[in-house]
Design a protein around this ligand. Structure first.
Ligand SMILES: NC(=O)c1ccc[n+]([C@@H]2O[C@H](COP(=O)([O-])OP(=O)(O)OC[C@H]3O[C@@H](n4cnc5c(N)ncnc54)[C@H](OP(=O)(O)O)[C@@H]3O)[C@@H](O)[C@H]2O)c1
Length: 331
């Protein structure tokens, strides 16, 4: 995989990156998470499993990795891998996020898996924690799931603290979630500190079921923001694992196109994202090496207008998509 610059930053990324949300903790919402981890939550085993996935991704050219403070031990697992493999900081790009605190206590089921708090004290604490785990490897620090109602985009002390990090060479980003991704992004793009735009990158959900943020992501890319796409497989709903009868008609469309293009559903859905002109890097959320290998085949899918037209019929109203997502079971 060749690397390219992420937006107007100097950071080099591979077109496909790897997110560690499914690897750093026992519980997650992706459909078959417990099965992927073989129900084995021993910390050392999980660290080894994560390292094996990172080795496989590195060998296949993946050069962007995404973590967050709330992904259990994802940051320390990534940090120990970078150190043990003697990776040089200028050969890889790493993004993390602050704003959610992990509270599941290494359990699959918990009353609360993570607590959202976008206040200055949380930024200050989590920045220190991220630094301890990733130090000079950390390139992008993102507000985790910024929303209009969290008030974070109006919180001047937080915005000034982020601007200070930017002065030290950290790219500042935000991730988005929910049906108002486009609105939040437009608000974020207007934020300037001392005449300079604050945000360098945006991480958003875009997939063939929920493409509603696409036009605003194009605007963001036009203005030089690096665009990182997450949940390209709708948390596993756009894979062969999704045998929900209510999805059968959509799955048939995906299978027809996948067969025609001699690929799998997951690679087809990722290829749909890679085909967007505004994309900087698309995250694979693979939890096993087999999934990663299948996901990376997206780079070789001969995406065409026929596939684009067929998959356009799969779009869900954003409210329906996000309701379905919030009903996914932690497992
Ligand atoms: N708000 C935020 O900032 C935010 C939110 C979400 C994600 N993210 C980032 O985005 C990354 C990707 O998100 P995601 O994990 O939700 O991504 P996703 O790509 O939508 O889903 C990944 C899941 O799809 C399934 N899968 C992938 N390939 C498969 C295959 N070949 N066969 C069967 N199943 C397959 C696996 O789930 P199962 O095997 O469990 O079914 C895998 O965990 C995360 O790791 C994280 O870094 C950020």
């Amino acid at each position: 995989m060749t690397t390219r610059r992420l937006g107007a930053t100097d950071l080099l990324v591979s077109p496909l990156g790897l997110g560690l949300a499914a690897l750093g903790r026992p519980g997650y919402i992706n459909l078959g998470h417990a099965a992927d981890l073989n129900h084995n939550y021993d910390i050392e085993m999980m660290e080894q499993h994560t390292h094996q996935l990172l080795d496989a991704a590195w060998a296949q050219g993946v050069r962007y990795f995404d973590v967050a403070r709330s992904y259990g031990r994802a940051e320390p697992f990534l940090g120990s891998w970078l150190k043990s493999r003697r990776i040089s900081p200028n050969t890889v790009t790493i993004g993390s996020k602050w704003g959610y605190t992990y509270t599941a206590n290494w359990q699959v089921e918990a009353d609360k898996h993570e607590i959202k708090d976008h206040s200055l004290p949380v930024l200050q604490r989590q920045w220190q924690e991220s630094q301890a785990n990733l130090n000079s490897f950390l390139n992008i620090y993102q507000i985790h799931s910024a929303t209009l109602d969290s008030g974070v985009l109006e919180n001047e002390p937080v915005l000034l603290a982020l601007a200070r990090l930017k002065q030290f060479g950290i790219a500042i980003g935000l991730s988005l979630s929910g049906p108002q991704q486009g609105e939040v992004l437009k608000r974020a793009m207007d934020i300037e500190i001392d005449g300079q735009r604050l945000f360098d990158t945006v991480q958003a959900t875009w997939n063939v079921l929920e493409p509603s943020a696409g036009s605003t992501l194009q605007l963001a890319a036009d203005q030089g923001l690096g665009v990182i796409v997450k949940e390209a497989l709708a948390n596993g709903r756009l894979t062969s694992r999704n045998d929900n009868p209510a999805f059968a008609a959509k799955r048939a469309v995906l299978e027809t196109q996948a067969r025609r293009l001699e690929t799998t559903i997951d690679a087809l859905a990722l290829a749909a994202v890679l085909a967007q002109p505004w994309v900087g890097v698309v995250l694979s959320g693979a939890a096993t090496i087999d999934q990663l290998t299948a996901n990376l085949k997206a780079l070789h899918v001969a995406w065409d207008d026929q596939a684009a037209a067929a998959l356009a019929a799969l779009v869900e109203p954003p409210e329906v998509y996000w309701q379905t997502r919030s009903a996914l079971d932690w497992n």
